[in-house]
Each structure stands twice: as C-alpha cells, then as structure tokens.
Design a protein around this ligand. Structure first.
Ligand SMILES: NC(=O)c1ccc[n+]([C@@H]2O[C@H](COP(=O)([O-])OP(=O)(O)OC[C@H]3O[C@@H](n4cnc5c(N)ncnc54)[C@H](O)[C@@H]3O)[C@@H](O)[C@H]2O)c1
Ligand SMILES: O=C(O)CC[C@@H](O)C(=O)O
Length: 470
C-alpha cells in the first residue's frame, strides 16, 4: 500500500475534488424532505456539500466483475471513472488468479470461489462485492486478516426466491413438470391420481431468516399451515409454529423446504436419516446451497417412493456459465437425478429476476463506491462496521487515514503519535475479532506529508493495510 501513497503524491491531478451526491444504504430507500412547517425559517442552516474523496486518479481503480453482474451495478462503478471489466461467466481458477492480481475491486456472484489460494495472489485487492446474498464462496476470514472488505446484498433477492418456491410447491403437487414434458413429446396423459391441492397442507421451512419468513407469509396466504425449524428462537409470523427439532418438522411436513446458509453444520443436513423421518409421499425443495441435501440419498428416497417429488435450484458443483453441460462429469449422480419423475431442476435462478438483480446491482455497487472513496464499512460482512461523516468542501486540506490493523494493545497510542503533528478532527475505531479498523480525519495536511504518514503507519508491526484518502 506504500506505493498507493506515492501515487497520491505523484500527480497534481490527484488533488481534483468532485462533489458527489449523497449515498443511500438501501437501494430502495427514498429521502423525503420534511414538511415546510418543520422548523421553517428558524431552522435555516447552511448545508455544506460533501466532498468525494479519491484514493487514486479515478481511472486508476481497476474493477473486475464476473458472472454477469447487472447493468445497474456496472453503471454505478463506471460513473466513478473506474476501469471496469465485466465478464458474463466465472473464471477457472488459473485465469482468476491471473486477473485478480491486477484489480483493486472484484465483483462476483455465487459461482466464483475466492479461496485463500486465490486471495493470496490478490496483492492490490481492497474490496470484494458479492452481488448476491451468499458469501460462502469467499474465505471471509482470510480476507479480513488481510484488510480486504467483503460486501453483499443481504435481502434484495429474498422475495424472488420465496416466489419461486411457492411456484414449485404447486408444480410438484400437481406434477406439472411431468405433464408438460409429456405433452411436449406429444403424449396426452390426463391424470388426477396423487395430484393434490396445497390448501390445508403443511409446509416445513428449515431456516426462518429473510427467505424462510417471507415464504411463510406467502404460503399461509395460500391456505397452507406453516411450521419451521431454526437454530435461533424466532418470532413466528401469522400462525406459523416453530418446531423444537428438525425431526419434529420432518415428521409433520407435507412439503419440506431448505433456507439455511452453507456451513459445516448444514452440510448434508438432509440425508438418508432425514428422508427416513419424512412423511410417505412428501416433497423436498432446496433453493439454498447444493451442499445442504445429500443428493444420492434423495435419489434413493425418490426411487423407493418415500419422496413424491422434489425441486432443486442448487448443486454441490455448478457449471461455470450458460450453455455448459450438467452431466456426470460435474456431479457423478447427475444423470440418475435427471431421470427421476416429478423433479424440477433449475440452474440456480432463485434470485434471478429483473427486480432482484437491479436492486442488488445498486446496493452492492454503492457499497463498493462508498468503501473505495470514503472507507466506510457499513454493511461489510467481515470487517467491523465503521462510519464517519463525509468531509465537506469546506475542509479542503483534510485527509482521511484508514488503518486496518491487528487488534493488539497499544496501537492507538502509536497511531496518534504519528498523527500527532496534525489536528485529528475526528477518529473512530472498532474491531471484529482479531482485526480492528481505524478511521481518522486530520486537517492541515500538505500532499507531501501524506507519504510520510503512510510510511510511518506501514512501518508499525500491527499494520494490515493503510489507505489515505483526500
Ligand atoms: N437459490 C438462490 O438463488 C438463492 C438466493 C438467495 C439466497 N440463497 C441461499 O439461501 C440461504 C438463506 O438465505 P436467507 O437470506 O434467508 O438467509 P438468512 O441468513 O436470512 O436466514 C438463514 C436462517 O437459517 C438459520 N440457520 C442457520 N444454520 C441453521 C441450522 N443449522 N439449522 C437451522 N437453521 C439454521 C439462521 O438462524 C437463519 O435464521 C442463503 O444463505 C443462500 O445460501 C439462494
Ligand atoms: O446470483 C447468484 O449467483 C446467487 C444467488 C443466490 O444464491 C444468493 O446467494 O444470493
């Protein structure tokens, strides 16, 4: 990071100031002016324009976006003057490593694995944007320990997933997939045997978070009874009922649907033992992560009639891009799975709607801009959440010092010794586990002094990453 400070000092253009619009945290949040009766003339005060800080020349920020990130996100990043390269697919590991070496920011969705091996090569990377809910594809701990912030969009696609699951419940209950496929092949097969209404049936939701709870409301509106299981004690919506154990849920549900994150504890959470405990002729849906259901066990339970139908949107191994094949080369049981009756197989599209992707693009795009330009970590999933009000155009010779460091005693004293020759206008620090994040705005800084400050901070043994914005 010392080279960044040299860069800052090196070019007179880097002093350019741009007035930015204020950034909202939620893509859907709207700002309403208070009515004119609020305060009126007595409350008139001068509002100074916020100053947008830049770490480098704007064109120096290099961003790689993979997996067809929505145009809304690309536009927000390109509007900052960053260099944005957007690819439609994920990349094989060797190509990813090659590319990630050059970029300051990477935007991904669920497919790109940012493992320790990949991140170790990412010497310039300061931030990762997951344009999705899940962050299991990133080694969050390694990223935090190297000062790389990670952001996601925690609920912008939750509704889309819940709606997909509702569609699947009816599709499975009526065997619509099979009837449609038969007629596509020219066969008329008008049956009612083992086709059901969903009214009065019991939906068992495993994981009652953003998606599970949204689904609960929709399912009740369609006349289903809802039970759920979660490791947390969560308030039931409507007349839903929390079950004390997973077994209790499996014993009672006609439809079981999984909405838990990928964790060691959720790996193969639904396997042979759990299928055993499910009702005869019940249904299983998984739109969470591919590791949650033991698929060979599902194939057995479907073949022996225990499970009357299933819908899968996620798989332990997923193809890299559209047009790729879903065969035994990818998952050894793929062809057995494809041959089952009354099974809906979708290519990880739970969150793939125009609404969700646009909102995610805006939310993650803005979080990345905020982090790159101002160092604000609000919404980060792996660093402490730290916010400091924007510098304004009335504060022309101020600089913002960001120091990510090991959370050990004595660091603040050393940092303040280094900043001691300047007026520290405001300072904030917080930690998450072993990593601490400090932001300080200092005044009366000449460009030449920025390098000195940066070098001194970089020399401290506690240092993880130093950035100075001005
Ligand atoms: N198919 C898709 O396109 C798609 C889209 C969005 C999210 N997802 C996946 O769905 C998952 C759930 O999303 P969400 O937004 O509802 O997450 P969330 O964090 O809001 O809710 C997850 C819930 O699972 C519970 N949980 C965690 N471990 C558990 C366990 N062992 N047993 C029971 N409950 C447990 C948590 O307490 C929490 O209430 C995400 O992690 C993501 O992997 C998939
Ligand atoms: O869009 C994606 O690739 C991931 C969708 C979903 O699994 C998520 O985690 O939000």
């Amino acid at each position: 990071m010392a080279t960044q400070a040299q860069d800052i000092v090196g070019s007179p253009n880097r002093l350019a100031r741009v007035v930015s619009h204020s950034l909202s945290i939620s893509p859907t949040a709207t700002f309403h002016s208070p009515p004119s009766s609020f305060g009126g003339a007595q409350l008139t005060r001068t509002i100074t324009a916020p100053k947008q800080l830049k770490p480098f020349d704007t064109q120096d920020i290099k961003i790689l976006l993979l997996e067809n990130v929505n145009q809304s996100g690309r536009d927000i990043l390109a509007a900052q003057g960053y260099q944005v390269e957007a690819l439609k697919t994920s990349l094989p590991e060797d190509q990813l490593i090659e590319k990630i070496r050059q970029v300051h920011v990477i935007g991904i969705r669920s497919k790109t694995k940012l493992s320790e091996k990949v991140l170790r090569e990412a010497k310039n990377l300061i931030v990762v944007g997951c344009f999705c809910i899940g962050t299991n594809q990133v080694d969050l701990d390694y990223a935090a320990r190297h000062g790389i912030a990670v952001f996601n969009s925690p609920f912008a696609n939750s509704r889309s997933v819940a709606e997909l699951v509702i569609a699947e419940i009816i599709t499975l209950a009526r065997q619509l997939g099979d009837r449609s496929n038969e007629l596509h092949r020219g066969t008329w097969n008008k049956v009612s045997s083992k086709c059901w209404e969903i009214r009065g049936k019991t939906l068992g939701i495993i994981g009652y978070g953003h998606i599970g709870s949204q689904l609960s409301v929709l399912a009740e509106a369609m006349g289903m009874s809802v039970i759920y299981y979660d490791i947390l004690n969560l308030m039931a919506l409507g007349t839903a009922k929390q079950m004390p154990t997973l077994s209790a849920l499996l014993n009672d549900a006609d439809f079981v649907t999984c909405h838990v994150p990928e964790l060691p504890e959720t790996k193969n959470m639904i396997g042979a033992d759990q299928f055993e405990q499910m009702k005869q002729g019940s249904y299983l849906i998984n739109a969470s992560r591919g590791t949650v259901v033991d698929i060979p066990a599902l194939i057995n339970a479907s073949r022996n009639g225990k499970i009357a139908g299933s819908a899968l949107d996620v798989y332990p191994s997923e193809p890299g891009g559209n047009g790729d094949y879903f065969t035994n080369d990818l998952n050894p049981w793929a062809e057995d799975l494809r041959s089952l009756k009354n099974i809906i197989l979708t290519p990880h599209i739970g969150g793939s709607t125009e609404e969700a992707q646009r909102a995610i693009g805006v939310e993650v795009g803005e979080a990345l801009v905020r982090y790159v330009n101002s160092g604000v970590t609000l919404g980060s999933v792996n660093l402490p959440e730290v916010n400091l009000r924007s510098l304004t155009m009335d504060e022309p010779n101020h600089a913002r010092v960001i120091y990510v460091h090991h959370n050990v005693p004595g660091v603040l004293r050393k940092v303040n010794e280094i900043l001691g020759d300047h007026n520290v206008d405001k300072q904030i620090t917080d930690n998450k586990g072993d990593v601490a994040y400090l932001m300080a705005d200092i005044s009366d800084v000449r460009p030449g002094q920025i390098k000195e400050i940066s070098d001194s901070l970089e020399a401290l043994s506690s240092r993880i990453m130093t950035r100075i914005l001005y």
